[in-house]
Design a protein around this ligand. Sequence first.
Ligand SMILES: [Zn+2]
Length: 351
Amino acid sequence: MRGFAMLGIGKTGWIEKQAPECGPLDAICKPLAIAPCTSDVHTVWAGALGDRHDMILGHEAIGEVVEAGSLVKDFKPGDKVIIPAITPDWNSLEAQGGYSMHSGGMLSGWKFSNFKDGVFGELFHVNDADGNLALLPSGMDLASASMLCDMVPTGFHGVELADVQFGDTVVVIGIGPVGLMAVAGAALRGASRIYAVGSRPNCIQIAKEYGATEIVNYREGDIVEQIMEKTHGKGVDRIVIAGGDVDTFDQAIRMLKPGGRIGNVNYLGEGDYIKIPRVEWGCGMGHKTIAGGLMPGGRLRMEKLASLIETGKLDTSKLITHTFHGFDKVEEALMLMKDKPKDLIKPVVLI
Ligand SMILES: [Zn+2]
């Protein structure tokens, strides 16, 4: 079978590989819609996972089951399914402890294009099919559904980590597709004022449509000063970090109220340490909590998030700025993600 792969750090190309084998609990799927991700760009061009050779890329796909293992109960060939980017082993001790995303070791619930070939292949393997696949609701648009694989659950997990409550004031740092979903998630959870930090005009427009009440543009001055001015020196209750770097935590602590929480879902690819400002952290006693986590993955979450699209509570189609047709276009779509033209939020390839 063919697949679009990382050949080595900074190198990509089409390769031929043996089709994956289906274990008794697994499924083999073919992609119907795939979306490249900033993580794919980090993997290839920043070498974020270390060197990988001939590893098929991609972790965001809507697919069709072509083979189901002998012990799989709820899925059969022909089923159209949502495949989460994170596919834990649900019978692991880590999953039993509530941290499915770390099943088998820290961050090891992330398997596609990390420990095994990803979804940019003509066929791909899904472990623990009953635990990880979700049926695609009938009639749901494939491109909209593909945002359920990573963008929605990751953005929403930032909101969960920040524990947004009714009436909270919230800052969302970074309004790429994940940050935009954090804005939408904070609004669904009943936040009052939502300050979205970003600069791209189309992202700003869509952030407002998802519920941002104010925009903070980092090109117009220090974001901490802007937030402190807007909140009359008090700061905010919750912060979701969906962009930036190791220095973003310093800024977040400075604009967070005592008792506040920071939820980080941004992948930190560089730097050895994160600095916490001592005085603004209450000299260690400010009750300012920092939580960072990989999204949980799994079928139940996929089904619940899909129901938000089905019931009209969430419209993910706003994220999709570029649509390609045909499997071969995955290369072009990934390069678009790498080059990040100004009007790009998220590309999708329909197959
Ligand atoms: Zn992704």
